[in-house]
Design a protein around this ligand. Structure first.
Ligand code: PEP
Length: 669
């Protein structure tokens, strides 16, 4: 969960906020203010809640790269080039500060901190009247902002951190960049939170990858397969159907042996297209490709549209849009969705003669919003399309980030979002080898009802036999479907085992690994557990990695050594990025199913120690964010005291999870 500006006390505080004011500029005049306007609710919120000062930082183009390009072009065209004038008109923040002042009106004062850069501004900021908004110069005038060297980035980040007690990141458009002002700054400031725009973006985009309301249909278009491979693969995991259009569709059609005329194709992506088609088939995801087209002899706005009634395209034509039969097919599939995510146009909508397909899709998606379907549009071109057809306000959410929304849909962790993430209480139930399918269904139904609207993270892990039944009941709820184990191999001759592919097929998103019953009854060792952890992560699962000492080990004073060893060995080869999908469950073996519980102080001691182990392996920021659950006879009566401890972030519950009422009480502690 991300922590937002709404959760902190702003009164009398100095706030430093990263915004994305990277707007198109011409001669110092703002050409499109969408991004400035998008940040205003957060600015107003911060001022209304009594912040002492609000210092804004943003990039605005890239002065040195852009100037170099512009100069080269001028030389090529035989024109003179005035670098200072060029930079003044395109990259200086002073006109943006003036623009913001106009937008905020009389109720706020906006001052520009000067063209001399972002360093040494503390005295200037501290001398401002309470409630002043200070606009810093373009952060990209400093090479440290985007440096690949973390130490260099830290130099600027440290200076910026001095201007605030609280860091707010509202720059969703740059959240995928690991820059000094977007991410490194969080290392030097105690409180890092998301602004309201960032919150909205994450709230709409993240569930698409983690737990969408199903069935979900993804509409993916745009020119190239190569730029959409990761997003296609990621969306396959949760979609009932992938509707493919735009230039990229023709690489897929060629892969299927269809004739595509002179249409856009990436021959080096044919294998990728085949692989995606194969994965979709295995996963039971319907792939919808164009079955007719609107073509043209040349790629030109003035080209004459030619209807192509069949899937095969004549040699001399380029496909520029989808045809009516395709639109009917799209409509049939899209109309079944409860969530629609759209990334990329289905035709060359920029040319009016070839815009019909994209316009019809936009209208259809808009009409689905009216029916209560969640509709999310992300990615530069599809956003431009819904704006062109004046349908943006008819979507549940239109993302302000191009690259950032694409990366989020690819399932990546974005640095600018990760720094605002706080440890989310995660309460998970392990139903072990209990319950028939009918009993499991009743329990799942009761849980969905009692946890409805709950804002924490919940999971229920039934036995393998009940996964499908329970999965159907949990679908679209706020409870994740968990599995209690998986095989260490993807598939093959492993009698009695269950593979990650089969778990994926059932909609499982979390796997419990290294449970003490697996370690001690089934003799699983750290190497095997690690193999399973890595396999599960590779297939996009979240993992609850269980660790904990036996009574004998506790009595011999080996608690820390055991927990350190199991953590380090269980996570061997797991990257810092992957760690965001790991929860650790500290479960002292002597407390599991015995009715004995570690005292809150004892448990806290071990949790703190384990967080330290993570810090040594992955650094302080990652350690701050990893969720460490406690497990071992957690009950409604002891949950609150345990959860009150600083390093205990939730519970893995066995026995008490079999009663909906008890589990709900624990979850709501
Ligand atoms: C468990 O199985 O992970 C567990 C903690 O069980 P119980 O809550 O019954 O001790």
């Amino acid at each position: 969960m991300i922590k937002t500006v709404k959760t902190v006390d702003l009164s009398g505080k100095r706030v430093i906020m990263r915004v994305d004011f990277n707007v198109p500029m011409k001669d110092g005049v703002v050409q499109d203010d969408t991004r400035i306007v998008a940040a205003i609710p957060t600015i107003k919120y911060i001022l209304a809640h009594g912040a002492k000062t609000l210092t804004l930082m943003s990039h605005l183009g890239d002065p040195s790269k852009d100037a170099k390009k512009a100069e080269e072009k001028a030389v090529k065209d035989g024109k003179s080039f005035d670098k200072d004038k060029y930079i003044k008109g395109k990259h200086r923040m002073e006109p943006i500060a003036a623009y913001l002042q106009k937008k905020l009106g009389k109720n706020a004062t906006v001052v520009f901190a000067g063209e001399d850069g972002c360093y040494n501004k503390k005295a200037f900021i501290d001398s401002q009247k309470p409630g002043t908004v200070i606009m810093l110069e373009n952060t990209r005038f400093h090479k440290e902002e985007t440096s690949d060297d973390a130490k260099e980035r830290d130099k600027l980040a440290k200076a910026l951190a001095e201007y605030g007690d609280i860091f707010v990141n509202d720059a969703f458009g740059t959240a995928h960049r690991d820059h000094a002002s977007t991410a490194s700054i969080a290392k030097f400031i105690d409180v890092s939170v998301a602004g309201l725009l960032m919150e909205k973006e994450v709230n709409y985009l993240e569930p698409i990858v983690t737990n969408p309301v199903k069935p979900m249909v993804a509409i993916i278009g745009g020119a190239k397969v190569s730029s959409k491979i990761a997003v296609l693969e990621s969306l396959l995991k949760n979609s009932a159907a992938l509707v493919i259009g735009g230039g990229m569709a023709y690489t897929f059609l060629k892969a299927q042996g269809k004739k595509i005329g002179k249409s856009l194709v990436e021959d080096d992506q044919i294998d990728t297209a085949n692989r995606i088609l194969e994965t979709a088939k295995k996963a039971g995801v319907e792939i919808v490709l164009p079955v007719d087209h609107v073509g043209a002899e040349k790629f030109d706005a003035a080209a004459k549209p030619v209807a192509v009634a069949s899937v095969n395209i004549p040699d001399k034509l380029i496909a520029m849009d989808v045809g009516p039969k395709t639109l009917a097919l799209y409509k049939k599939v899209i109309s079944t969705a409860k969530t629609i995510v759209w990334n990329g146009p289905v035709g060359v909508f920029e040319f009016d003669a070839f815009a019909k397909g994209t316009e019809e899709v936009a209208k259809l998606v808009a009409s689905m919003t009216e029916k209560g379907v969640i509709t999310v549009v992300g990615g530069g071109d599809s956003v431009a399309a819904v704006n062109k057809f004046k349908l943006a306000s008819k979507m549940s959410h239109v993302s302000t980030g191009g690259g950032a929304s694409l990366e989020l849909l690819e399932g990546k962790k974005l640095p600018g979002i990760e720094v605002t993430r706080c440890r989310d209480y995660f309460v998970a139930g392990n139903w072990k080898m209990h319950l028939t399918r009918a009993e499991a269904a009743n329990l799942a139904k009761a849980l969905v009802k009692s946890l409805k609207g709950g804002k924490r993270k919940y999971m229920a892990a039934p036995s393998f036999t009940a996964l499908e039944t329970v999965g159907e009941i949990l679908s679209g709820s706020n409870i994740l479907l968990g599995a209690q184990n998986c095989a260490a191999e993807e598939q093959g001759a492993h009698t009695g085992e269950v593979s990650v592919l089969q778990l994926k097929d059932l909609g499982v998103s979390v796997i419990i690994l290294g449970h003490s019953e697996r370690r001690h009854i089934y003799k699983e060792d750290d190497a095997l557990i690690n193999q399973k952890v890595k396999l599960a992560l590779t297939h996009g699962f979240e993992v609850i990695l269980c660790i904990g000492e036996t009574l004998d080990e506790r009595e011999k004073g080996k608690v820390e050594a055991v927990c350190k060893g199991q953590t380090e060995k269980g996570l061997a080869g797991v990257t810092a990025g992957e760690l965001s999908r790991i929860t650790i469950a500290y479960e002292p073996v002597w407390a599991i199913g015995t009715g004995k519980t570690a005292t809150p102080d004892d448990a806290q001691k071990v949790h703190k120690f384990v967080r330290g182990v993570i810090e040594n392996l992955y650094g302080a920021m990652v350690a701050r964010q990893i969720v460490i659950q406690y497990g071992g006879s957690v009950k409604p009566e002891n949950a609150a005291q345990l959860m009150a401890m600083e390093d205990i972030d939730g519970a893995l519950v066995g026995g008490a999870s079999l009663k909906a009422e008890d589990f709900a009480k624990i979850a709501k502690f």
